[in-house]
Design a protein around this ligand. Structure first.
Ligand SMILES: [Zn+2]
Ligand SMILES: [Zn+2]
Length: 329
């Protein structure tokens, strides 16, 4: 099978011919149709996440069909379409996090496209217990971004409680999905883009943002909560300044540049600053049930598998409106 592999961080992915993987008793073999490109993939390629399996097939927003499965698989059929997310394995009962319903923090977790080979390839294997069935209303390409931008974005969104005025810092794949849920729930979104990104601001307004502007300016009114999707630490004090007393700031990314020091004043008055890590299967089930009800539509920029490097570069330079997705077959 063809795969785009990472051999060494900070080097482009290489097109390689690999054997089709064989599923173990708990795995399904998936023929990949589409795989979303995530900012996390960039952090892995750039060496900012330091423990990838190497060589590695990236990609953790995988849509494909089941081709074969191990004898332990009891809830999928050959030919069924499934989605494979970032969370690829948890221990289930060996760590205190799994035992307390927080499997996103599992001590023994393994992640698709990081510790496990992912979907920048024609085939992949995945533990069936971590695969999701997908709503038939979504085409393959449009479903892919739901599997990380959607799921983990949803987890971050839930952490803002019942905030009515929400700031989104970084208006990429996750924000363009979550704004639709926010509008459906009658909440207001204030979108912050890179300074001068007029197209990005226009895109946010089209999707129903109450206000859109550069992250270097203050919102027109105080916010109840903010989610920082961009991997820029400087945005943390900006967001703390933008939220009102008791406001919540959620850092949704897996990696962020250093946060500059800031005066205690902007955290004082019970403002909360927190991160969000990974997903639980419950997050996935909730979000994938909710998405077709809204219904959430994803804006997709498609690239052929062999142009994975070009897709990553486009994401890095902020040229993607919505989500980048690799078309595999
Ligand atoms: Zn665990
Ligand atoms: Zn991701």
């Amino acid at each position: 099978m063809r795969a785009m592999i990472l051999e060494t961080p900070r080097q482009p992915l290489k097109l390689a011919e690999l054997p089709i993987p064989k599923p173990n008793s708990e795995q399904v073999l998936i023929r990949v149709h589409a795989c979303g490109v995530c900012r996390t993939d960039l952090h892995i390629v750039d060496g900012e996440l330091t423990h990838p399996k190497l060589p590695l097939v990236l990609g953790h927003q995988i849509v494909g069909t089941v081709e074969a499965m191990g004898e332990g698989v009891d809830n999928f059929n050959v030919g069924q379409r499934v989605g494979i997310p970032w969370l690829g394995y948890t221990c289930g009962d060996r760590c205190c996090y799994c035992l307390s319903g927080r499997e996103n923090l599992c001590d023994y977790a393994e992640f698709t496209g990081y510790n496990l080979n992912g979907g920048y390839a024609e085939y992949t294997v995945a533990d069936y217990r971590f695969c999701f069935p997908l709503d038939p209303s979504y085409a393959d390409l449009q479903a892919a971004p739901l599997l990380c931008a959607g799921l983990i974005g949803y987890r971050a969104y839930r952490m803002t409680g019942d905030a009515q005025k929400l700031g989104f810092y970084g208006f990429g794949s996750a924000a363009h999905i979550l704004i639709q849920l926010a509008r459906y729930q009658k909440r207001q979104v204030f979108a912050f883009t890179r300074s001068g990104d007029v197209e990005g601001q226009q895109f946010a307004r089209q999707l129903g943002a109450t206000w859109a502007g550069g992250s270097d300016v203050s919102p027109p009114e105080p916010l109840d909560a903010a989610i920082i999707f961009a991997s820029v630490g400087k945005l943390v004090p900006d967001a703390l300044r933008a939220v009102t007393k008791g406001g919540i700031v959620v850092c949704a990314g897996i990696h962020m540049s250093d946060i500059p020091s800031f005066p205690y004043d902007i955290l004082w008055q019970e403002r909360v600053l927190r991160s969000v890590a990974n997903l639980t299967r419950k997050d996935g089930e909730e979000f994938l049930t909710l998405a077709p009800k809204v219904p959430i539509r994803t804006e997709v920029n498609a690239f052929p598998l062999t142009q994975a490097n070009e897709a990553l570069d486009a994401l890095r330079s902020g040229k993607i409106a919505g989500s980048a997705v690799l078309v595999v077959d």
